[in-house]
Design a protein around this ligand. Structure first.
Ligand code: MHO
Length: 181
C-alpha cells in the first residue's frame, strides 16, 4: 500500500504503538495513523498473541501523509526523538521483540532515506550506545483491533498514558511545535 498519488505511507515500529499513534497523529501533513502488527510469521495475529512475543511481529504504526507538507525524513526525525533506538527489543519497561525499533520501508527511496538517517545519527554520536534500529522491506501490515486506535485520546487518564505517553507528547510540543496541527 503506497497511498493515493499525492499521499505516501510510512510504517514505523518503536515500542508500544499507543505511543507512536498519539505522536504522529498530531503532525500537520499526517492524514491518518493506524496501529498494527508487522514483521512476523503468524497470519492476522491478535494483540494478545503479539504480546506473548512469539509471533515475531513488531507493534507498529502505518502513517499516511502528504509529502508536500511533511516529508518521510521529517517523520524519521520525529521517530528518532520519540523512542530510544539504542535498546534492543525494549522501550523502557516494555521488553520483547514486539517492542523492537524498526523501519519497514515501502520503497527503495524510503530505504535509502532511512539508512542515510541512521548513518547520520551514528556519526552525530548523540547516543553513546549503538543504534539497533533495523531497516527492512514492509511485508503484510495487520491493522490492530479497533480499541487500540487513538488509544491515548480515548484513555487519557489511564496510568500508562499518563506515565509513558504524556511525557512524549510534551517533548513533541517542545521540539516540533511548528509542525503540530
Ligand atoms: N506494557 C504495556 C504495553 C502496552 S502496548 C500497546 C501494557 O501492557 O499496558 O504494548
Amino acid at each position: 500500500m503506497n497511498g493515493s498519488p499525492n499521499r505516501e505511507v510510512a510504517t514505523l515500529a518503536g515500542g508500544c504503538f499507543w505511543c507512536l499513534d498519539a505522536v504522529f497523529e498530531q503532525l500537520r501533513g499526517v492524514e491518518r495513523v493506524a496501529p498494527g502488527y508487522t514483521g512476523g510469521h503468524v497470519p492476522d495475529p491478535s494483540y494478545y498473541q503479539v504480546c506473548d512475543g512469539t509471533t515475531g511481529h513488531a507493534e507498529a504504526v502505518q502513517i499516511t501523509f502528504d509529502p508536500k507538507v511533511i516529508t518521510y525524513l521529517d517523520l524519521l526525525n520525529v521517530f528518532f526523538s520519540m523512542h530510544d533506538p539504542t535498546t534492543l527489543n525494549r522501550q523502557g519497561h516494555d521488553v520483547g521483540t514486539q517492542y523492537r525499533s524498526a523501519i519497514f520501508h515501502h520503497t527503495l527511496e524510503q530505504k535509502k532515506t532511512a539508512e542515510d538517517e541512521i548513518r547520520n545519527l551514528k556519526e552525530s554520536r548523540i547516543w553513546r550506545q549503538g543504534i539497533v534500529t533495523t531497516v527492512q522491506l514492509l511485508d503484510t501490515f495487520y491493522t490492530a483491533e479497533e480499541y487500540h486506535h487513538q488509544y491515548f485520546r480515548k484513555n487519557p487518564d489511564q496510568s500508562y498514558c499518563q506515565i509513558v505517553i504524556s511525557p512524549k507528547l510534551a517533548k513533541l510540543r517542545e521540539g516540533f511545535l511548528a509542525r503540530l496541527k
